[in-house]
Design a protein around this ligand. Sequence first.
Ligand code: IPD
Length: 271
Amino acid sequence: MPLEQDLQDVAIQIAREAGELARRRRSEGVMIAATKSALADIVTEADREVEALIRTRLTEQRPGDGFLGEESGADRKLAEGPATGITWVVDPIDGTVNYAYGIPSYAVSIAAVTGSPEPESWQALAAVVFNPASGELFHAARGHGAWLDGERLAVNAEPSAAGALLATGFGYDPATHAGDLARVARVMPLARDLRRIGAASLDLAFVAAGRLDGYFERGLQPWDHAAGVLLVTEAGGLVGGGGPGRTAGTPMTVATGPALFETLLRAALGE
Ligand code: IPD
């Protein structure tokens, strides 16, 4: 089996186990463990427990790989350069605020990337975004398409005459809100409507599935977009942003079908 599909299978199996743990902990009641970059940026006990489970399973199954996770950061192998050249980029519960409030839009996001573990230069090989509340599991292997539970995904080639159904997100730091709202004002003329789903990995999975025409957000971290970006590109979409070489990343992430890409990117960047 090609490496990409092998990695995808590992990610699917671990995401299902991790998602089941997240769902169970949610049903038992969620404990906020700490706040992080801002008061609104929370981490729950479940985020930490789920990430620890994913990390343990990856170490068991892929001992030579590196690890970069939202809650526990990078491991020593990553700094040294993992023996296999592969790094796992993990958000144990993307959409933590939804999770804490009981909104069923959160996901386990797992990607295997190769090359330097920087989003500007890495190449994603395999990706899984699993929403345990809905049971939907989106997955992709580089060169082998993006899938939702056995159904091959394709982005919307172009938005309808009514305009594009778009999604975005807002950073936790209140100092970023005015800029984010100004961006929304610039983008709205392209939109038939705008969603704020609350989990970047699901926003990207929904672009891949044609449930959204496009998505844009400033401020994403590598674990927020590592898996979702591969879903979009394997579904025939385009992803870019405001970083070096216009790659997706913290300065900006834009994902759409081919027809809308340049227009939405320019509006999002204010060009
Ligand atoms: C957040 C979600 C949210 C996005 C934020 C992310 P987290 O991830 O993806 O939709 O707007 O930028 O930080 O904190 O829930 O893992």
